[in-house]
Design a protein around this ligand. Sequence first.
Ligand code: NAD
Ligand code: MG
Length: 387
Amino acid sequence: MRVSVFGATGSIGESTFDLVSRRDDIQTVALTGGRNVERLAQQARSLSAEVAVTAHDDCYLALKEALSGSGVEVAAGTEALIAAAERPTDWVMSAIVGAAGLAPGFRALAQGATLALANKESLVTAGPLLMREAARHNARILPVDSEHSAVFQALTGEDITAVERVIITASGGPFRSWSKDQLAAATLAQAGTHPTWDMGQRITIDSATMFNKALELIETREYFGFEPDQIEVIVHPQSIVHALVGFRDGALMAHLGAADMRHAIGYALNWPERAHLPVARLDLAQLSQLNFEAPDPDRFPALRLAREVMELRGHAGTVFNAAKEVALDEFIAGRIGFLDMARLVEHTLDSLLSDSGLTHAVEALETIMSMDQMAREIATRFAARTA
Ligand code: NAD
Ligand code: MG
């Protein structure tokens, strides 16, 4: 099997690298990363990749030097990233963070490869387009977000029309029990520490605001095609149950597992088979209890905003995601407060609501990109006023 990993040096990328390294029947085609060229070069040498690509032109020489004598080709920049997705391969991990992960995924589908999708932004901004592209090329998308992998597994062998509801779980993040006043003063260091999952910085902060769960609500809708009112979120601090599917006979099928992304990645890598995976086995007696509670929409408005986006559809997901990315940048830079992030996203959505283009069906990547740009400009202006 031929495999490429986009975003190989990130949290999902490293977990994918770990699983791929354990297999001797996998040939690595492309590995991509950002500024961490030393690590990208190590990975490429260790897997004897065909090509290593850094997203940044100014990192080309450093990567070239780090890979000299290895026989691994070296490339840099956005165009090179897209070209890498066109190299013949069977399985592609989409684990770049942000809207930058969109284009390589489309190219991978166009060649009929299986797309293991960790990048949330692809479904949130371009869901209908991505699903259509997969169908057009007879290519498969396998969800890698733990909740969506769990739903996918619970649905295996089931009649999808018998599904009544889907429940995805949220850990609640580090601020699950914080008051609004405490949230207003939350720092970057506090928001960047997750109680149960070890992930990249951006998704960790998105978990603290529950924007991560908001993106996952939209992803669930776009990938499986369920109606918004069929999809629920429940806070489950232990992160052991990842999702549940409820059928019309009242049965709930739950997926349980340790909080280790190698499960969802390994499931997608071996699908439709189940291979032995090096993840911890649960000791239920030791766990002794699993807790569940309703999310609080007042302290965590992200979920309410996601519901609005699901009703609006069209380009609302693009606007939501772009504004959220700007809000995150502004918070990380220390220019806005924790609660300002949701305000900024709401303001951006509101100010584009009267734009007729917002609810137009998603037809082309170009319109997604221009809507993304427009939303970023509005969000940036609003942030400057807030700061
Ligand atoms: P990360 O920040 O750890 O890694 C991101 C990777 O993308 C790195 O290799 C980085 O070099 C690369 N990258 C960053 N910006 C880029 C750009 N503009 N162009 C090209 N490459 C770029 O992120 P992560 O936590 O591994 O998450 C990756 C994606 O998977 C995100 O969309 C995230 O929401 C999703 N996801 C992550 C987890 C998790 O447990 N970490 C779980 C579910 C879904
Ligand atoms: Mg998730």
